[in-house]
Design a protein around this ligand. Structure first.
Ligand code: LLP
Length: 421
């Protein structure tokens, strides 16, 4: 459930008409709902009721400071994958002991920054990385809490570009080698093993792969404890999928996911961490765009929008489906026609949808891309020297620009001409 609904023939974000925001900030822009963000965070928090837990929002999904602050004030921890994300989390008021650091390529500089600023744990992905964390921690006279990310060799049954838990993926340490690598961790100075980490992929629409992975983690917990390691924390990653279409998709709910976690791991007495990103932000955001032209082609018609692949790359990159709806509610029973919905960028990949059935639209009409809150704005670029689009946050009947549209001068003047040119 989200808070982008038609009311009196117009699309609203909570209590604000989307067209009113478009008139104030121009198009295209991203628009987020505070109520939806908080609702989704709380669903996870409540799903783990009764177990000691922390929901660490995977801020790679949407990392605007206003979004982070909203979630941090509700009690969320953060899952970060770079120094930039770490510093964003800190700037949003998240204490170091609620920040987990994931990612396969943490640099010495990033590790130093997190150790100096405070960190709940590093999720270690390789032996060379473990050696660097040990060295940096020893140099700083600190002890780095770590988990080791294990790769359980489970098929997440999701898009190949976002599956991470098969042995051919670059992530984690093969679970079969885990005991050996934990023994190494115990022998190195400056490290304190606190638990196990696993993350098998994103946009999972079934619980089964989670169940398979978590059972392997439960078994490993027993083995590692028998080896003398203090396994007290399990980081289970993110990945729970969201419905991208209104009609036929019903991925498992956070409460069902929580029940699975309790079933498979509840008996171990561990603190549970989860790292959801998409489910918190995805359906809490839309991208609003305007029709520039309706163009008749050979056997097909095009809706050419002012938003493009540089603003929302998911359709081009993952063949992702986003529902696209008119901001003015179509009259009931109005005849629909098929359109290819495209942006102005100079490549055919700049196509949001092919043969999409849409009600009649004309130049100047507004449309909204649903489910664009996660991996939308954060993956945007200035390709074709198109300005980064603004982000707007709604709360009840108020809205605020939380990242302004830069000016063309801002964009041009970021570059510099060498003196010798
Ligand atoms: N934890 C780790 C270690 C991750 O790598 C990810 C996502 C998450 C948590 C959050 O997963 P989520 O709950 O959002 O599924 N750009 C792609 C998605 C990439 C996901 C990368 N890792 C897309 O637009 O579909």
């Amino acid at each position: 459930m989200d808070h982008f609904l038609y009311r009196d023939g117009a699309l609203y974000a909570e209590d604000v008409p989307v067209a009113e925001i478009a008139a104030a900030v121009g198009t295209p822009f991203y628009l987020y709902s505070t109520a939806t963000l908080l609702r989704h965070y709380r669903l996870f928090d409540e799903a783990l009721d009764g177990v000691d837990h922390l929901v660490c929002y995977a801020m790679k999904a949407a990392s605007n400071q206003a979004i982070l602050t909203t979630l941090a004030r509700a009690g969320a921890g953060m899952d970060v994958v770079s120094q930039g994300e770490y510093l964003r989390a800190k700037a949003a008021g998240v204490p170091g002991d609620k920040i987990v650091f994931s990612g396969v390529g943490k640099t010495e500089e990033e590790i130093t920054c997190a150790l100096e600023g405070g960190i709940r744990q590093f999720n270690v992905e390789s032996e060379p990385e473990m050696a660097v964390i040990s060295r940096v921690a020893s140099r700083l006279g600190k002890v780095a809490p770590i988990t080791i990310r294990v790769n359980p060799d489970v098929d997440a049954k999701t898009h190949a570009k976002i599956a991470t838990g098969k042995s051919e993926n670059k992530f984690g340490i093969p679970i079969a080698r885990a005991r050996e690598v934990y023994a190494l961790a115990a022998s190195l100075p400056g490290l304190q093993v606190v638990g196990i980490d696993v993350h098998i992929g994103s946009q999972l629409t079934e619980l089964e792969p989670f169940g398979l992975a978590y059972k392997k983690v439960a078994e490993l917990t027993g083995q590692l404890r028998a080896d003398g390691h203090d396994i007290r924390r399990l980081d289970l990653g993110g990945g729970l999928g969201i419905p991208y279409t209104r009609s036929n998709e019903a991925p498992p709910l956070p409460v069902e996911y929580g029940a699975l976690i309790k079933d498979t791991l509840g008996h171990l007495g561990c603190e549970i961490e989860i790292e959801p990103g998409r489910l918190i932000a995805g359906n809490a955001g839309i991208m609003v765009s305007k029709v520039i032209y309706v163009k008749s082609g050979e056997g097909r018609d095009f809706l050419i929008l002012d938003g493009a692949m540089n603003d929302l790359i998911r359709p081009a990159m993952y063949d992702a489906h986003h529902d696209i709806i008119p901001v003015a509610e179509p009259a009931p029973g109005v005849e629909q026609a098929a359109y290819d919905i495209v942006g102005p960028v100079c490549e055919s990949g700049d196509t949001f949808a092919k043969g999409r059935m849409m009600p009649p639209l004309a130049a100047g009409d507004l449309v909204a891309f649903r489910s664009a809150g996660a991996y939308g704005a954060v993956m945007s670029s200035e390709y074709n020297s198109r300005l980064m689009i603004p982000e707007v946050l709604v709360k009840d009947d108020q809205f605020a620009v939380i990242r302004p549209r830069p000016s063309f001068d801002d964009m041009i003047n970021r570059d510099s001409i060498p003196g010798w040119l």
